[in-house]
Structure formats: C-alpha cells, structure tokens
Design a protein around this ligand. Structure first.
Ligand code: SF4
Ligand code: SF4
Length: 147
C-alpha cells in the first residue's frame, strides 16, 4: 500500500510505480477519441472510446500491451503530465503537475474506487466503442465533458 497522502509530499518524478499507478483515478477520460481543430490546435472530446476500453469496469483491457496495440496511447509520465494538455483538467497527474490538490472524489481520498463514478467524473456507461463508429462519423459524437 502506498504511504498515506504520499502525493502531498512527493514530486511526480520521485514516486515509485505503485504510487504512480495509484494516482490514476480510473476516470477513463484519457481513452476518449479526440478531434483537433487544425487552425487553433484546440482539442475536442467525443463520446467514442478506444476499442480496448472495458466500459463496464471502466478500465483498459490491454494495459500492459497498450502502447504496442495502440500507437496513439501515450503512457503518462511526469513529463507528459507537465506538458500535455490533452489530459483532462480533472486528471490527477495533471492536477499535481499544476500544483493543484486532488478532488475529494479521488479514490485515494475517498477510499472508495467507485467514488469517481458516483461523482459523475468517469466515462463509465456514457461512451460508445470506436468499433461501432466510422471515423467519418466522429464529428457527430463531439461531447462537452468537462468544465
Ligand atoms: S485521465 Fe488521468 S486519472 Fe483519468 S484515467 Fe486517464 S490517466 Fe487516469
Ligand atoms: S489502449 Fe487502453 S489505456 Fe490506451 S487508450 Fe485504449 S483503453 Fe485507454
């Protein structure tokens, strides 16, 4: 078990693997397909999710092989957390990289892995797999997820 509230006194770069993995709140938002406006570089989220996402359990079914199977699946590292704005505002890695606290629905604070779902943050039961959506239809699936 990671030390209690380790994220409050450890830098992202100093976390061990167990601590790093525990930081993921399991929202699944990073697995959504996104569209980019080529004029502004702005990203827009859809309600379409990677084919390897298990919607029922809200997790990746190929976590250890994800980078091999999905070249666009970028492993989150401290550097990614500091620089990549495609990570949603609610992402624990991004929050800590920006010097912000975790939300109280984060399972590390609530002690309940379901709190991210109960708070309406996760994509569980709110998405459709990319297996069922042609890429030309993606613009029809744009969704405003975050505030
Ligand atoms: S957005 Fe961040 S916290 Fe949510 S599943 Fe992805 S890596 Fe984990
Ligand atoms: S491979 Fe897994 S972690 Fe990567 S985008 Fe797909 S479901 Fe998410």
């Amino acid at each position: 078990m990671p030390t209690q509230r380790f994220w409050e006194h450890k830098a992202l770069d100093d976390m061990n693997e167990e601590e790093w993995e525990a930081l993921c709140d399991g929202c699944g938002r990073c697995c959504l397909l996104k569209l980019e406006d080529i004029d502004t570089d702005k990203l827009f989220y859809t309600n379409v999710v990677c084919e390897y996402h298990d919607n029922r359990h809200c997790c990746c079914t190929q976590y250890s092989d994800r980078s091999l199977l999905v070249p666009d699946c970028i492993k989150v590292t401290p550097e990614v957390a500091r620089t990549q704005t495609w990570l949603p505002d609610s992402c624990a890695y991004r929050l800590l990289a920006e010097g912000k606290p975790l939300f109280d629905w984060h399972p590390l604070l609530s002690g309940d892995p379901d709190s991210v779902h109960d708070a309406g943050i996760s994509i569980r039961d709110r998405v459709i797999s990319e297996e069922f959506v042609h890429s030309d239809e993606l613009p029809e699936h744009l969704v405003h997820w975050f505030d």
